[in-house]
Ligand binder design. Structure first.
Ligand code: UFG
Length: 324
């Protein structure tokens, strides 16, 4: 297939691009490099530096079999302080992209949605039928796109799949997590273990969980990438499929810290700090539907996720040291 990957210079987009190319697909990456890195774009992909609102120019040049849409603002905390950025980029930008998809007759669309659409769940594990009540503008903006995709499938016959990621970690084929403004637990805790930061702040120890810290479902970026390939193949015209992607098991912040200590052999200095606005207490996925509809099952456990993230972290520090 010829595929347009928006956000292909970012963490997950760069891993998925590598897998698509390895499987013989043609990939064009569209990324404005606002948070991505040009050197993360997969070798063998064509690269266009542009905003998603300008995707029509690319889609007009040749016919595409699908769009895999990662480009987005994706930080829960930032979305609480700057909601407008999230509505403009994630909703307004995606609306423009979808209009271009329709105008140029692109048949398939796979979208990076998120567990953040569910808010504080009533039942665990979370199924796709659970009520979507996001507790922050990031989740709300992603839910708005999920809802738009239903309309595109009905009105224009789009074969659409929303993949609702839980907490993604690990690295693959030399691509991993490296945000200029890092907010995610695993890379920050690895920095603390390596002495790059003084300590990890644990955001809240008074949550209604067994050890008082938030529980999340961590899934390996390689497992996640495979789901995109399966989704491109499973997508059906006029249907909008929504699937959760998680491991089906939860780990508290303290348990993640302990796993990092075991995997790295290093202590992780921590500060017990106050809750972060917008965080739900517990998010754990049911991936039953992903198994039934896509034939997807996750393979990597938390130790592997941490081990691969740690290898990536060390390789970057070695490169940075030898360059400086
Ligand atoms: N945390 C800390 N200290 C930190 C960073 C995180 O205690 O320095 C805690 C958070 O409060 C949360 C957990 O670690 O309880 C995980 O936080 P992340 O920032 O790593 O991930 P989030 O759960 O906030 O969000 C991620 C993605 C979202 C996605 C969500 C779904 O960034 O896009 O997972 O679970 F929606």
């Amino acid at each position: 297939m010829r595929l347009l990957v928006t956000g292909g210079a970012g963490y997950i987009g760069s891993v998925v691009s590598r897998l698509l190319l390895a499987e013989g697909h043609d990939v064009t990456v569209l990324d404005d490099l606002s948070t991505g890195h040009a050197d993360a774009v997969a070798d063998g992909a064509e690269f266009v530096q542009a905003d998603i609102a300008d995707a029509g120019v690319v889609l007009a040049r040749q016919s595409y079999d699908g769009v895999v849409h990662f480009a987005a603002k994706s930080l829960v905390g930032q979305s609480v302080v700057d909601p407008s950025l999230y509505w403009r980029t994630n909703v307004g930008g995606t609306r423009e992209l979808l209009d271009a998809v329709t105008a140029h007759g692109v048949p398939r669309f796979v979208f990076s949605s998120t567990a953040a659409v569910y808010g504080e769940p009533e039942e665990l594990p979370i199924r796709e039928t659970a009520p979507a009540r996001p507790t922050n503008p990031y989740g709300a903006s992603k839910l708005a796109v999920d809802m738009m995709l239903g309309g595109e499938a009905t009105a224009h016959g789009l074969a659409a799949v929303s993949l609702r990621y839980f907490n993604v970690g690990g690295a693959s084929r030399g691509a991993g997590e490296r945000h200029a403004m890092e907010t995610h637990l695993i890379p920050i805790a690895l920095d603390a273990a390596a002495g790059v930061r003084p300590a990890l702040d644990i955001y809240g120890t008074d949550w209604p969980t067994p050890d008082g810290t938030c529980i999340r479902d961590y899934v390996h970026v390689e497992d996640l990438a495979r789901a995109h390939l399966l989704a491109l193949n499973a997508a059906q015209p006029s249907q909008h499929l929504i699937c959760n992607l998680g491991n089906g098991g939860g780990f508290s912040v303290r348990e993640v810290v302990e796993t990092i200590r075991e995997v790295t052999g290093l202590a992780v200095p921590v500060n017990e700090s106050s809750r972060r606005p917008g965080d739900p207490a517990t998010l754990v996925a049911s991936h039953e539907l992903a198994a039934d509809a896509l034939g997807w099952t996750p393979t990597a456990d938390l130790s592997r996720i941490v081990a691969d993230a740690w290898d990536f972290h060390r390789s970057r520090r070695t490169t940075q040291t030898s360059v400086s």
